[in-house]
Design a protein around this ligand. Structure first.
Ligand SMILES: [Zn+2]
Length: 154
């Protein structure tokens, strides 16, 4: 063996025991330990780990423009007056054009009276904010449809 001739010390390790003076944890075990995970279980684990994100979260099933709208509404980093005024100083006031409250995602999605006709059309029954922002694909699509109909730039 060429390596053994050039660096004899490299040949100390191998399949043979290292000797009595070497701690037991450094000695190679004579046999592989039994693996308690069956092949079917390993297959399931690997498939789950390799599954694309899109099958796990409704957000990832949306079109790109819908994802942008939902993420802006979820984070509040959007072009509504409250954020534009408080964070960026790009609007003269944080207040909604209705004059009642700050124009936040919650106000727009839940309470703004100017948007009530569109809101009632999209959600005939009351829907919680959490469902509008974190619900199923249909819930999120309803939210993006609502925002689109309001002509608001979010
Ligand atoms: Zn309003």
């Amino acid at each position: 063996m060429i390596l053994g001739k050039m660096w004899p010390s490299l040949c100390v390790f191998g399949n043979k025991s290292l000797g009595k003076d070497v701690p037991q944890e450094l000695n190679p075990t004579p046999k592989q330990p039994d693996n308690p995970v069956s092949f079917a279980e390993k297959k399931t684990l690997v498939k789950a780990a390799m599954r694309p994100q899109s099958t796990r979260d409704a957000y990832h099933l949306l079109e790109r423009w819908q994802q942008v709208v939902i993420m802006r509404l979820r984070t509040g980093h959007c072009r509504l007056n409250a954020h534009m005024f408080r964070k960026l100083k790009l609007t003269p006031s944080p207040t909604c054009p209705c004059g009642l409250e700050d124009q936040t995602p919650e106000h727009v999605l839940m309470t703004c009276p100017q948007l009530k006709p569109i809101r009632d059309k999209v959600w005939p029954a009351s829907v919680p904010l959490r469902t509008k922002l974190y619900g199923s694909r249909q819930d999120l699509e309803a939210t993006t449809s609502f925002v689109s109909q309001t002509k608001l730039m979010v």
